[in-house]
Design a binder for this molecule. Structure first.
Ligand code: CTP
Ligand code: CA
Length: 220
């Protein structure tokens, strides 16, 4: 594979967490740092791709000139930004940790403390990967991520089908040094006809493994 192997290709990537507002000062979120998504963006950019990165709140910055970042906060905003770039994308990568639920209503004013219990009603967020899977165009290649604590392979394979993905990257939380808040990751890539396990390694190298595998599938 040469350095410019993705020249002419457009990659649409989601990364980071989403934050779903409860009131003006609070939100529902998660521990995603965005590192995996940003590492993938960097890797694709270095190989000549045009990268549209739609990112939830993170401390990270994209450096490569080929990367355009759209910053979003909520899942709804992420979905809207993804839709804007979907038609032009050859490769779609869903690396974001999208909140599955959002508060049914966002309080306009800060919720004051009162009583011993507080119930916040939640409603389901849009499933961005599944929605894009439904409107997938011929030739588009899509990759999802899954973080499972049990029945890993079965659950991941189910998501592959449900979301009409070509590939799902399974992160194992059961291995020390893998997953949220670590710079290393241990992945298994699940496809319709193949399962490929990788060693624990830095996220930048994990990104290269994923990008290499995508290249193989596009040219295999
Ligand atoms: N995903 C998404 N939009 C959502 C939820 C998930 O785009 N609202 C994407 C993620 O970016 C990931 C894939 O779907 O690529 C799988 O996410 P995951 O949270 O593992 O799957 P869910 O379908 O949300 O199932 P669950 O959380 O119940 O395991
Ligand atoms: Ca989820």
């Amino acid at each position: 594979m040469n350095q410019e192997s993705f020249k002419g290709k457009t990659v649409l990537l989601t990364a980071g967490p989403t934050q779903e507002p409860i009131d003006p000062v609070r939100f529902i979120g998660n521990h995603s740092t965005g590192k995996m998504g940003y590492a993938l963006a960097e890797c694709f950019a270095q190989r000549g791709a045009t990268v549209q990165l739609v990112a939830g709140p993170t401390n990270l910055h994209a450096h490569h000139a080929n990367i355009t970042v759209t910053n979003v906060t909520t899942a709804d905003e992420m979905y809207a930004a993804v839709l804007e770039h979907a038609d032009a994308a050859d490769i779609l990568i869903f690396a974001a940790a999208v909140a599955d639920y959002k508060p049914k209503v966002t309080a306009e004013k800060k919720i004051k403390k009162s009583g011993n219990e507080l119930t916040i009603e939640l409603v389901k967020n849009v499933d961005i990967a599944a929605a894009l899977g439904q409107r997938k165009k011929p030739g588009q290649f899509s990759v999802g991520f899954a973080l499972e604590t049990h029945n890993e392979n079965t659950n991941a394979r189910e998501k592959l089908h449900k979301k009409n993905l070509d590939m799902i990257v399974l992160n194992s939380l059961n291995d020390a040094g893998a997953g949220f808040r670590h710079d290393t990751n241990k992945i298994t890539v699940i496809e319709q006809e193949a399962t490929t396990a990788f060693e624990l390694k830095p996220k930048s190298e994990v990104a290269q493994d994923i990008v290499n595998l995508i290249w193989d599938r596009l040219h295999g």
